[in-house]
Design a protein around this ligand. Sequence first.
Ligand SMILES: [Zn+2]
Ligand SMILES: [Zn+2]
Ligand SMILES: [Zn+2]
Length: 135
Amino acid sequence: MQLPNTLRKFQLKSTPCRTEVLQLFFDNDHALSNAFIEKNISSSFDRVTVYRTLKSFEEKGLIHKVLDDNGITKYALCQDCSTHHHHHEHVHFKCETCGQTTCIESVDIPEVKLPKGYKVKERNLLIQGVCEQCI
Ligand SMILES: [Zn+2]
Ligand SMILES: [Zn+2]
Ligand SMILES: [Zn+2]
């Protein structure tokens, strides 16, 4: 994937902040936390700009939220999403050795039957253990 093409494909105007943040996602194959992103892009971007960038990426179907074990929200690149189709039914894996969280796109969250009267809005499944790089 090419950076400028990707932004165009998702109907996002290219801005310095968007370009740097997207590059970070391309360079890392694990989910990124806000703190990680802020630490690894130019300090000239303030928190609000970074927040808005992530928000716009998420709305367009470029990245999705990954819930971590300690309540921190991370973000990971989507494989095949758009504004209209932005669904995530795959498992996330958190490695307790390197601390990285990754998408396991090939494994779906199993069907869960809820009692009557409960309506599902979002499903998250985080598996914890040791990743293939740390074993
Ligand atoms: Zn998505
Ligand atoms: Zn690991
Ligand atoms: Zn994911």
